[in-house]
Design a protein around this ligand. Sequence first.
Ligand SMILES: Cc1cc2nc3c(=O)[nH]c(=O)nc-3n(C[C@H](O)[C@H](O)[C@H](O)COP(=O)(O)OP(=O)(O)OC[C@H]3O[C@@H](n4cnc5c(N)ncnc54)[C@H](O)[C@@H]3O)c2cc1C
Length: 468
Amino acid sequence: MAEPYDLVVIGTGPGGYVCAIRAAQLGMKVAVVEKRATHGGTCLNVGCIPSKALLHASELYEEAGHAFPGMGIKVKPELDLGAMQKFKAEGVDGNVKGVEFLLKKNKIDSVHGTGRITAPGKIAVSSENGGDAKLLATKSIVIATGSDVARLPGIEIDEQRVVSSTGALELPEVPKKLLVVGAGIIGLELGSVWRRLGAEVLVVEFLDRIVPGIDGEIAKNFQRLLTRQGIAFKLGHKVTGVKPNGSAVTATIEPAQGGAKEDIDANVVLVSIGRVPYTDGLGLETVGVRLDNRRRVIVDEHYATNVPGIYAIGDVIHGPMLAHKAEDEGIAVAEILAGQAGHVNYDVIPNVIYTYPEVAAVGKTEEELKEAGIPYNVGKFPFTANGRAKANKQTDGFVKVLADAKTDRVLGVHILGPDAGTMIAEAAVLMEFGGSAEDLARTCHAHPTLPEAVKEAAMAVEKRAIHI
Ligand SMILES: Cc1cc2nc3c(=O)[nH]c(=O)nc-3n(C[C@H](O)[C@H](O)[C@H](O)COP(=O)(O)OP(=O)(O)OC[C@H]3O[C@@H](n4cnc5c(N)ncnc54)[C@H](O)[C@@H]3O)c2cc1C
């Protein structure tokens, strides 16, 4: 066997490929193992990137039809779904090729096939055509195998009429009726895409609220805006079965706590009830790597599993299933392996929903602060009072800043509004530096911009917002 690697990373999603690059930068001899034909994992192939391409294109399509006339622009938009899908595919292609280039640039060996850990420091990579497994020897292994779609018992996903997010990104035509199971981020993003393109969308959610984990006040207002756009919600209900019905399907739903059943016809059902860690066929039982009760790989604060030399990061471990969380963990574990002090601050991980308007959050929600018994002050500022938003006639939503009542330190920032996902970055930087609402309020913000609403919300913590 050839000279062993310092590090072999299994999986080249945002966690794995970023980890491999950082480790190579730090002088390690690195290989990656990937079972997909292309690098970039869920995020680049069937997740963040293709969904954002469709969200971008469909938002412009809707704007062209609805907002342009009011701005004095006369057009009659016509949907060419094939071309829109091509636009999406080109975005994916550009991104996955970018990762391939970066791996080569950093002299990282790329091995295609399914990796299985046979012993600490030993990986067998089998190719799809079942040829002889390639054996890799390494000092350290990082498991970055990500996650897979969660399924509903008894409901088969055929990716035609009953689809996961992967199938929902590839629909060959706009469904007349789309039933979305689960009012989480992915369901609402993809539901928005198809509603904008002409589908009638109904979202069925088990809980009595949408987007669990997002600040309750933001979620309520967000639901109101989505409803106004034409998305219908049935909260507190569960889908118990889906039967084919000609070229369509009939879904049976019932109240979450039990009760009268109801049949709902749809052309497509999107099952978006979450994601589960992916560890199938990885050999974890053989080497004794421990999993928790949700089948996530258990790691300590250094991303080390219970087996020396085996580490794990990203969706396959605890924490929010987000690409940037996986990336930061990739960097942290590479630095730890190089003897540095790699670290991720889990209190400051932004979370964005890329609908219109967007939702963005960082830090604690009001509910979390109340539960923890932390006294806090609230500053709020609506986009109806922001000059730029008024000029653009995009005034839906507001910014909410939550600051520690004693120290004024910002503990959470929540934004519902246009471009919220971009605006949340300044809140993350502020919180990373332990900044206060006053720091934010006294930072000069360019006029006229939407982020002035963030500054004004910070000023509102001390009840001194100017424009309201
Ligand atoms: C529709 C959708 C939209 C999303 N949008 C966003 C978003 O806007 N922002 C955001 O932050 N997150 C988003 N996510 C979540 C994001 O995609 C994940 O959090 C992220 O991809 C996790 O990265 P990862 O590196 O842990 O794993 P993954 O990206 O899942 O990568 C794991 C890789 O490991 C490979 N693999 C698995 N097992 C093996 C094996 N045994 N051998 C070899 N290779 C293996 C897989 O093929 C895969 O390529 C979205 C997800 C979906 C589905």
